[in-house]
Design a protein around this ligand. Structure first.
Ligand SMILES: [Fe+2]
Length: 217
């Protein structure tokens, strides 16, 4: 519950830094009006953040008050939250968490010996804007070992919710990652589901596009 309180306290700033701007960023042709499947769910995994943090804004590469930025390849991810009729969902809560560029989560249960990055925010919560748009600036997470014969490909965990819709917990994958083809979770999905879970290159400006589709209750 601490996280919820923290979120409420931060909501005003989050709206300013993520949601309202997210609306302005959402200047792309969306698939509004087209019926589509809901985003496939995926396991939450063991590393959902336990400890509230002061900075939950859309920019995971920069912690407020830190001079240095996060290590790793910076990537911008933008998308829309839509319903299965292709209509934009504004005011949805988009909650993401991920490993740092070395493949390490800031979580007490992560036994990966890879180093923590004190300048990597690790998770963020924003609200979708008026057109359902959201945006994150982050670093590409490193792969990390689950067992001696399974290494997770880079991925970002998403939890997206809005009253009147089924919450989805899922994982977003990166295009052109060789580990995608041998990942036990991603490869258990159908080709159509995989297509919804792997972000697309967003075009000449760089960055990635990743939409979330929620089902009405
Ligand atoms: Fe993970």
């Amino acid at each position: 519950m601490k996280k919820k309180l923290n979120h409420t306290q931060k909501q005003r700033r989050t709206l300013l830094k993520g949601g309202l701007l997210g609306g302005a960023w959402g200047l792309f042709a969306g698939p509004a009006g087209a019926a589509q499947a809901a985003t496939p769910p995926e396991i939450e995994g063991p590393f959902y953040p336990l400890t509230p943090q002061a900075d939950q804004d859309f920019d995971l590469t920069q912690i407020e008050g830190h001079e240095a930025s996060a290590l790793g390849e910076v990537v911008t991810i933008q998308g829309q939250v839509l319903d299965t009729e292709g209509e934009a969902i504004s005011g949805a809560t988009v909650d993401i968490w991920q490993a740092n560029a070395a493949g390490r989560y800031r979580h007490p249960h992560d036994s990966n010996p890879a180093p923590l990055d004190p300048n990597f925010q690790g998770w963020a919560i924003v609200q979708s804007g008026g057109d359902g748009g959201f945006k994150f600036k982050t670093v590409v997470p490193g792969p990390y070992p689950v067992s001696k014969d399974w290494t997770r490909p880079p991925h970002i965990h998403f939890k997206v919710s809005k009253g009147g819709y089924e919450e989805v917990v899922t994982q977003m994958y990166f295009p052109d990652q060789r580990l995608n083809a041998v990942d036990r979770l991603l490869q258990s999905k159908s080709p159509a589901e995989q297509a919804m879970m792997v972000a697309r290159k967003a075009g000449s400006e760089g960055g990635l596009r990743y939409d979330i589709v929620l089902k009405k209750i």
